[in-house]
Design a protein around this ligand. Sequence first.
Ligand SMILES: C[S@@+](CC[C@H](N)C(=O)[O-])C[C@H]1O[C@@H](n2cnc3c(N)ncnc32)[C@H](O)[C@@H]1O
Length: 543
Amino acid sequence: MDYTKREMPVCDVCQRPANQTCGGCKIVYYCSKAHQKHAWKEGHKFQCRPYKIEFSDAIGRHMVATRDIKQGEIILKEKPTVSGPRISCPASCLSCNKKLEPIEVDGKLDFYKCTSCKWPMCGLDCEMAEPHKEECKLMTDNNYKCDIKYDRADKMEAAYCVIAPMRVLLLKRSNPRQYESVMSLESHLEDRINTPLYKVLKANLVTFIVRVLRLPFDEETILKVASIFDTNSFDVRSHDGSKRLRAIFVIASMMNHNCRANTRHIYIGNDNNLVLIATVPIAKGEMITATYTQSLYGTLDRRRHIKVNKCFDCDCERCKDPTELGTYLGSIYCSICNGSLANNKSKTEAKMVSTNPLDESSPWRCEACGYCIQSRQMFWGNNALKQELNTLNKSGPKGFEEFIDKYTVTLHSTNHLVIQAKLALMQIYGNYAGYKLTELSDNLLKRKIDICHELLEVADNLEPGWTRFRGTILLELQGAMTMQTKREFEAEIITKAGAQDQLMESMTLLQEATRILRIEPHMKETLETKLQELSTLLDSTNL
Ligand SMILES: C[S@@+](CC[C@H](N)C(=O)[O-])C[C@H]1O[C@@H](n2cnc3c(N)ncnc32)[C@H](O)[C@@H]1O
């Protein structure tokens, strides 16, 4: 027997034999709750985490697991270091970030305005709240008054571009340690400085900070702050769409990108605290990653989005694979092998894939016949169809169904545009007025169930594990399956025992959806209600 491996762990406080590990890092041991509490107060709370930050020349700083992390485990909870409105956004409150509705002022529609600096706000409480006090005084002392007026609903206001950078610069005096931690983040200013946006920022933001507020910062520092925001900030949105902002979380921003990430994050509370959750088990030594882009974009779109917004070329496993992990998300059917459906040729599954996905200018070739097209043809075609999809009427299923039907010769069933149309259909069928579950025909109910199964397959490949995507699909699927079971039982297509077996299947899906989604505060009540309803149905004698 290897006795060295069975060494008795000792308490981190008293060095006596111990058998309780710290629940957070699972690295240190304690002999008792009292010693664990003592160690926590004495400083373990600052060291207790399941990750560390490492550095490599190729990818800079990145987060690595220091122990095995379980699926669903919370890896990190972090307060925003600094936050503010997006560069351009509809009128929003500078304190609580809520999108503002106009009110009647002197017989005209306008926003409530801060009495001092005149930025649109919710009301007096927000005007007097801590986040706004210092900046309001600075602007007022320098005779600056915001001139945003209500013009039309949802008008985008570019004036907001100054707020978030100003807040970082103000930290230099109010909280120098936080200022330094933000300024130490990667900026990529050299990649952005000559872009049209940064030329505008040079004129607007720099002038505002130097000339209007008379703060002692040079142009480079001011633009660096803007660039740090663009490289590191998280897009924080409330679930009901009432607020949207960008925030820097200095620890979470150490997570590097992967197109098939192993975490997801949510924001909780009025302070928008970030909670980072492992979507799959993460082994000790593995990199902890987030997705900086949309996982339902094809490789061409994802890599371009990352290059433009985050200034690097992604070369993850998914990006390197011409089939995108077997989903062929960015591929189309070969027009030679599959183009003459009109001539009654039988449909083949032959698809075009990039000859080198890491070089966007590479031609695309049919896997079956070798026919090639130029990358620009793929770009143009893709962009034209994206635009068509974006302009469809989103209030009903008709446009999306017609889109899928119209391009059946070109777009295969897991092409990203088809997947996006199916995602919209999954939401419409069962939820929208006129298409509630009780209103759907049997065929449409089956259509919803089929779409959910197809989306689940894509989720397994591209967003595996406990992702919001999977949780949402499971929730939709179980609702539709339960309705289908009820109808089949009522029509005497299935027996009571058969119905109960099917309901148990729905229950399994609902329980998994609950495990995934219950951490999101706004989902708790919905999930509990659904669990209760389904349990009652399972127990009831008449179903
Ligand atoms: C939010 S920061 C992540 C932390 C950063 N690596 C650092 O050292 O500060 C985003 C930047 O990290 C780098 N990065 C993130 N993921 C990467 C990846 N998969 N490959 C290469 N660089 C990556 C890029 O420079 C990107 O703009």
